[in-house]
Design a protein around this ligand. Structure first.
Ligand code: FAD
Length: 395
């Protein structure tokens, strides 16, 4: 049976996340964007709200006696958080993108060792470092190396655009153990903050998501213990590490899709509010009609986008392979958020500057990156095409 209704616990969790967005994010959103700084109090508030507070209870309640819903719950909260402020949502303390590779590739002991400290009530962040200058989509050409020297791995290389890279307590770092093997040679390693040889470089100044920290990381003879390799739990570790870790994108792409839906919804709602409350007097009736029609069409696309995201997240919870659906929702939502925010900027152009317009302009700037990170739109199309036509060799 097809059911598009959220359960009571899911609805409560989503509403709780919305309340957090209203109370903690919107009030500081524009200032954080302007200064590219986030007050420490925000981190503590979010830490309390999401780890110790009623969100934790809601999660537990939602799980009680029910099937796995972790992806659905994260996805619901991501949409609300991005409605509040997508940049702030990337900075909420927690393992973030570091968690999926540890969960999919780590032994139970490694999971406890690396994720356990995130539960101690203090502020901790995780990061994932894959991208290098010149190596983003095509990771086979990765140049960061890992060489085994006795009981230690020695990492050398250069990563950039790493979200939370400078504040992360641990960075899942992808490096090649054998360049000749291309993708097969790539493995994920856990590099703790403060490891000698791990150097934080430039913090990017960006057009959008300005309050989100995007850092350069340099590895210079960076030595980590041998057991910091996340080797994969399969017996055959030849492709271990890499394939499984890349598979985590199937879980994270719906989350990114949900963030895009959240921003698009914020811009859509703001444009509707502006039309209702601030449309200049004497605005031609036929033009108002055109705008209303456009907004109605965008509403339909927003709903379509949300359902694509829900489906991909639901499949992840059911452990149904969802690579195609994850890429579909990411590609669709990444495109839609640019379309909706651009329309909101255009529709609300007449008249005086206002705070509402400042928000809309911010969301327009924030939207672009959803076409880029976690795989660009072109890469999503390749993934979808490969799943549709597995025997066709697409370059
Ligand atoms: C704000 C922000 C945060 C980020 N956070 C992280 C992070 O936490 N960790 C991390 O590792 N990375 C992160 N990234 C990096 C991001 O994932 C990459 O920028 C992205 O994967 C694209 O890689 P690239 O920039 O090297 O572009 P390239 O891969 O060089 O692509 C350039 C262009 O070529 C196109 N292209 C490439 N290959 C093909 C192909 N085969 N077919 C058709 N078109 C193709 C792309 O679609 C794109 O349009 C972040 C980036 C940003 C902007």
């Amino acid at each position: 049976m097809i059911n598009f209704t959220l359960s009571k616990a899911q609805t409560e969790f989503r509403d709780y996340a919305h309340q957090v967005a209203v109370e903690e994010m919107r009030p500081i959103s524009l200032e954080c964007e302007r200064t590219e700084q986030i007050p420490e109090s925000f981190f503590w508030n979010m830490q309390k709200r999401f780890w110790a507070g009623s969100a934790g209870q809601a999660r537990a309640q939602a799980r009680e006696g029910e099937e796995n819903q972790s992806n659905m719950l994260s996805m619901l909260s991501q949409e609300e958080m991005a409605w509040g402020d997508a940049a702030l949502s990337t900075a909420i303390p927690g393992p973030g993108l570091a968690a999926p590779p540890i969960l999919s590739n780590g032994t139970p002991e490694q999971q406890m060792r690396f994720l356990g400290p995130f539960m101690d009530g203090q502020l901790h962040w995780g990061a994932l470092a894959l991208t290098e200058p010149g190596i983003g989509s095509d990771v086979a050409g990765m140049s960061t190396t890992a060489t085994l020297d006795g009981d230690e791995w020695v990492l050398n290389g250069h990563k950039h655009y790493i979200t939370n890279g400078a504040r992360a307590d641990l960075v899942i770092t992808f490096a090649t153990v054998d360049k000749r093997k291309g993708r097969e040679g790539i493995r994920p390693f856990v590099v703790p903050k403060g490891t000698p040889g791990l150097i934080v470089g430039r913090i990017e100044e960006k057009m959008g998501l300005r309050a989100s920290q995007t850092a350069e990381l340099i590895y210079e003879n960076c030595r980590i213990p041998k057991d910091h390799l996340l080797a994969g739990r399969q017996k055959d570790t030849r492709a271990g590490g890499f394939k499984a870790a890349m598979g985590t994108l199937d879980a994270t792409r719906p989350m990114v899709g949900a963030l895009a839906v959240g921003i698009a919804r914020a811009a859509y709602e703001a444009a509707c509010q502006w039309v209702k409350e601030e449309l200049p007097r004497g605005y031609p009736a036929h033009k108002r009609h055109d705008i209303e029609q456009e907004l109605e069409e965008l509403r339909q696309e927003l709903q379509m986008s949300r359902y694509l995201v829900w489906r991909a997240a639901w499949m992840a919870d059911q452990r149904i392979p969802n690579s195609r659906e994850a890429s579909m929702c990411k590609a669709y939502a990444g495109n839609l958020v640019m379309k909706v925010t651009a329309a909101a900027v255009r529709i609300t152009a007449p008249g005086e500057d206002s705070e509402l317009k400042q928000f809309i302009h911010k969301w327009f700037r924030d939207a672009k990156v959803f076409d880029i990170f976690e795989g660009t739109a072109q890469i999503q199309r390749l993934v979808i095409a490969r799943r549709m036509f597995p025997k066709v060799n697409i370059p």
